[in-house]
Design a protein around this ligand. Structure first.
Ligand SMILES: [Zn+2]
Length: 324
């Protein structure tokens, strides 16, 4: 059937019709809100390159978690900036580490909010790399044990889900084994499965103070040019025991999200990273973009590409818009 009998514009004539035929529906249930915990009391330190994002002391972080919960956001994702850093990132797996304290407080003060913890060493190492170094290189196998210890300490603190973001080979299996051996066989792993070495992480490194002191992360994070390899990464993480897999970043990698969606049937997360957020914020500040509209368009696009859940610094704003 062709024009003039067939007219696609018929179903776009008004919002009620458009609502009826809409294919993708973003929901508050899809949102995960990332938060940064720092030592201290009543600390609410703005991250300059991410307007609206703060480094929060645990007491302030609890308030933020309560607010997220009140808006209906199902989960937060915790990062920590420790008091002190060292060569082996001990703060990452310290029983009273910053994330461990934040998890305990949030779990005891906020009910029915999932606490997901980021598992990596780069915020905790003095050199800012994601693992232990040997000869200036991140040593894969020696790092696995520390990552597993970190995940276990988060589990003991009460985390609902652990999310390894380091991109070491074999880390999901190492974490799964350690959790299972220690009575946490029910605890899910959300694996940063296809994580790219991306320039879009720039503002995050301000927030998490995790910029490598030398070199970069291209030896373990993925080359932005590859997507077949992303499927291999995801497949391996699933075989190692991941319960949820993630593509990161989101906006410049929608094709990877779609390929992952078509290839695998696990819940799929996408991380709309700091640079994606900062680009919109900066353009909106100059009056070049309509921020609320772009926010929803981008989040809807990530969902349309195939993501089941979206980690976004816009989680509260998006939840407010969706609740309206
Ligand atoms: Zn890292």
């Amino acid at each position: 059937m062709y024009f003039p009998k067939y007219r696609l514009r018929r179903l776009r004539r008004n919002e009620t019709l458009r609502r009826l035929v809409r294919e993708t529906r973003l929901a508050v249930d899809d949102l995960i809100y990332p938060l940064f915990a720092v030592p201290g009391l009543s600390v609410r330190h703005p991250v300059p390159s991410m307007p609206g994002v703060f480094q929060l002391s645990v007491d302030e972080l609890v308030q933020e978690a309560l607010e997220a919960k009140a808006l209906g956001i199902p989960a937060i994702l915790l990062f920590g900036i420790p008091e002190a850093k060292d060569e082996v990132g001990s703060g990452a797996y310290a029983r009273d580490g910053i994330v461990q304290r934040a998890v305990q407080e949030v779990k005891s003060r906020v009910s029915d909010l999932l606490v997901i913890t980021d598992v990596c060493l780069c915020e905790y190492t003095s050199h800012g790399h994601c693992g232990v170094l040997r000869g200036g290189e991140v040593e894969n196998d020696a790092t696995l044990e520390l990552l597993a210890r970190t995940a276990l300490s988060h589990a003991r603190a009460g985390a609902d889900v652990v999310a390894p973001s380091d991109m070491m080979d074999g880390r999901v299996a190492a974490i799964r084994d350690t959790l299972d051996e220690n009575g946490f066989s029910e605890l899910p792993i959300m694996a940063y499965a296809a994580k790219y070495a991306s320039g879009f992480y720039g503002p995050f490194r301000d927030a998490a103070q995790s910029t490598p002191q030398f070199g970069d992360r291209r030896s373990h994070q993925m080359d932005p040019a590859n997507s077949d390899e992303a499927l291999r990464e995801i497949r391996l993480d699933i075989e190692e025991g991941a319960d949820i897999v993630m593509v990161k970043p989101a906006l410049a990698y929608l094709d990877v999200i779609t390929r992952a969606r078509l290839e695998f049937d696990l819940p799929l997360a996408a991380y709309s990273v700091s640079g994606e957020y900062a680009m919109i914020k900066a353009a909106a500040e100059r009056g070049w973009l309509d921020e609320p509209r772009i926010m929803m368009e981008v989040l809807t696009a990530i969902k349309r590409a195939g993501a089941d859940m979206i980690i976004t610094y816009y989680a509260k704003d998006a939840a407010r818009a969706l609740n309206r």
